[in-house]
Write a protein that binds this ligand. Structure first.
Ligand SMILES: N[C@H](CCC[C@H](N)C(=O)O)C(=O)O
Length: 277
């Protein structure tokens, strides 16, 4: 039996258990039980954070125990946590993630919990997503379960497939199906977007390893990038991405530049549990 101190956070209803330490602290079973909304705390994932050798870090484990390279809503929650706990100086700092050498940059942690971050630059290269296509998938035709739709594959450090033309009636069926599509060897987060003019969209995301969530930060970034790459939105202009849990403001920079995401993060409660649950 071992105690575990944790903090519960949420960003637009995408909720996380935040633990100071590394992901080696918990087994896959621990994470799954912690995230279980009936037998545990309940969360879309567990975030591990702290400062190592003077560098803030974040690691992400999904509710099903799978590892994710990046988490946008989680990053805002971790940024708020690091500031609340006095583990970083000031309001602007870099955070190392498992998405490779380019740290993401927290630009501002403003009260009450409005956080602006500079996400790493997106990539549409199939090898980066990763995806089994010969060329970048930009409004490329896909067939799934007898439905013909068009999708754009984007890496935000984690893999995303965004479609603007999936029939609403098919969305609930297509989300889980496309998440496991064999063309995405590490599975994929699936975003179903509907443009509302050039500066706004509605978005529902079926997340890899967590299912339908109230919000997906990297999904909002990927959908904004896909909208720009397919001519549905403009670079440099704010795009309001409205998710079931609320809106995020995304600004897509020039090609190869970072994507800015602004939205809320909220500390819900502190807790202590005894493992194994
Ligand atoms: N399920 C995602 C990680 C969490 C992403 C999402 N919660 C966000 O805010 O970006 C994946 O496996 O890539």
């Amino acid at each position: 039996m071992r105690p575990l101190l944790f903090e519960k956070y949420e960003g637009l209803g995408n909720d996380f258990v935040v633990v100071e330490g590394t992901s080696s602290m918990l087994s896959t079973d621990d994470v799954m039980r912690i995230c279980d909304r009936h037998r545990g705390i309940g969360a879309d994932g567990v975030l591990f954070t702290g400062v190592s050798a003077g560098r803030p870090f974040m690691s992400v484990i999904n509710a099903d125990g799978s590892t994710a390279e990046m988490c946008g809503n989680g990053l805002r929650c971790v940024a708020l946590h690091l500031v609340r706990r006095g583990l970083v100086d000031g309001r602007t700092f870099d955070v190392d993630t498992d998405a490779g050498p380019h740290a993401v940059r927290v630009l501002e942690v403003a009260a009450p919990g409005r956080v602006e971050v500079s996400m790493r630059a997106p990539s549409l290269a199939p090898r980066d997503v990763p995806a089994r296509f010969d060329a970048p998938l930009i409004d490329g035709e896909l067939r799934a379960d007898g439905v013909v739709l068009h999708g754009t594959a984007v890496s935000m450090g984690n893999p995303h497939l965004v479609t603007f033309d999936a029939p609403d009636a098919a969305r609930l069926r297509l989300g889980p199906m496309l998440q496991d599509d064999r063309r995405f060897p590490e599975k994929v987060n699936v975003g179903f977007a509907t443009m509302k003019g050039r500066g706004a969209m509605q978005l529902h995301v079926y997340e890899r390893g967590s299912g339908w969530t109230q919000a997906c930060g990297t999904g909002a970034c990927a959908a904004a990038v896909a909208a720009v790459e397919t001519g549905r939105a403009s670079r440099g202009a704010p795009i309001e991405v409205v998710l079931p849990g609320g809106p995020l403001e995304i600004v897509v920079g020039e090609a190869g530049e970072r994507v800015r995401m602004t939205g809320p993060a909220r500390h819900v409660f502190s807790g202590r549990l005894t493992l194994p649950l």
